[in-house]
Ligand binder design. Structure first.
Ligand SMILES: [Mn+2]
Length: 356
């Protein structure tokens, strides 16, 4: 297991790399370029500059989250082939600085959805939460809500310029049902796989968050059946998964340790987002600390599933609570993610030594 920490770059993340270096056991920065319009190739000089910054801090840049897949590719527009060419160029360039895994998603329009970015818990901390009854009736309202609640930070997947005309973007998906989205997904995977194999870069799709359709948009990465279908597009370790325990776990029918056991058993898990969530009612959940007893997921069983399947890939904590008066990017503060790492490391050491 190689432990990482997501970082939004020197200009947009209040957490300096030297703080990340001081979290015990962290060797990896999970990074990205955030200023390249989706669909374009990432410039080599910017990739190298990011790598240099990370390495100067004594850390490694082997996982990118995310290289976003354009709506043109997801919708299946004629322009998709040009965007796929650019995506392949990005894969090749990232491989040149030592990147091994690219996390991405295949969600239409929105990367993730919450109805509250500052839901108060009993202990006085704040978390992201979702209540299906509180999803706004209109798309514009939803976009404005995320923008206004994000404490001035750009939220990944909610880029204001991309969502400036969310109605037009939404309309472009009018003919894309689940079958069409899966077909467009297959087309994308089959087009990029030769480059991934040639350049030794594993693709790792992030599950839909939440794992059910929203605003009538189709979802194709929401449960084990979907994940098996994605495997069938191209059966190779390079066509792999980011198992986000929280996102999958939001679906009450998703057995996260069982999913990990099955996919790790076939060598398909490249990256794990290890986090907990608390089910409140059907379609209602909030995030929690990583500790098993504060949420609905058994983090011990999750780490045990990884250990017993000899997982040697990348792990990062996922969304943390806002604690100790930190007002960071919602979900991406320093303190609670660092606590999450200490806890995950403790589970791992205990499992490791008890199996010696
Ligand atoms: Mn995640």
């Amino acid at each position: 297991m190689k432990m990482g920490f997501r970082w939004y770059g020197a200009s947009d993340d209040p957490i300096p790399l030297r703080y990340i270096r001081q979290i015990p056991g962290v060797t990896q920065v999970v990074g990205a370029l955030y200023d390249v319009p989706v669909g374009q190739a990432w410039p080599m000089d910017e990739i190298e500059a990011l790598r240099d910054q990370v390495e100067a801090a004594g850390l490694k840049l082997e996982v990118i989250e995310s290289v976003n897949v354009s709506d043109d590719i997801k919708i299946g527009l004629p322009s998709r082939d040009r965007h796929i060419e650019n995506y392949i160029t990005t894969i090749e360039r990232l491989s040149r600085v030592g990147v091994k895994v690219i996390c991405y998603n295949f969600m239409p329009v929105f990367d993730w959805l919450r109805t509250d970015l500052h839901f108060p818990l009993d202990d006085g901390s704040h978390v992201l939460a979702y209540d299906r009854a509180l999803v706004p009736g209109s798309l514009d309202e939803m976009v404005a809500k995320v923008r206004d609640d994000s404490q001035g930070f750009a939220m990944p997947g909610w880029e204001p310029e991309r969502l400036a005309d969310v109605q037009a973007l939404f309309a472009a998906y009018a003919d894309v049902d689940e079958a069409a989205l899966a077909d467009n997904y297959r087309y994308f995977i089959q087009a990029i796989m030769p480059a991934c194999e040639k350049f030794d870069v594993r693709m790792a799709v992030h599950p839909d968050d939440p794992p059910w359709p929203i605003f009538g948009l189709p979802r194709v990465v929401k449960n084990i059946d979907d994940l098996r279908r994605i495997e069938s597009f191209h059966d190779s370790p390079y066509n792999g998964f980011t198992v986000c325990c929280g996102s999958l776990g939001e679906g009450p029918d998703n057995d996260v340790p069982a999913i990990l056991r099955e996919l790790c058993g076939r060598g398909k898990v490249a990256f794990v987002h290890a986090r907990n969530i608390k089910h409140v009612a059907p379609g209602v959940f909030h995030e929690s600390s990583h500790l098993s007893s504060t949420g609905s997921l058994d983090m011990y069983q999750i780490m045990l599933a990884l250990f017993e399947n000899h997982f040697d890939g990348y792990v990062r904590p996922d969304h943390g609570r806002d604690i100790w008066d930190e007002r960071g990017r919602p979900g991406y503060g320093l303190y609670d993610r660092a606590l999450g790492i200490a806890y995950l490391n403790g589970l791992w050491e205990a499992i490791n030594k008890s199996h010696a």
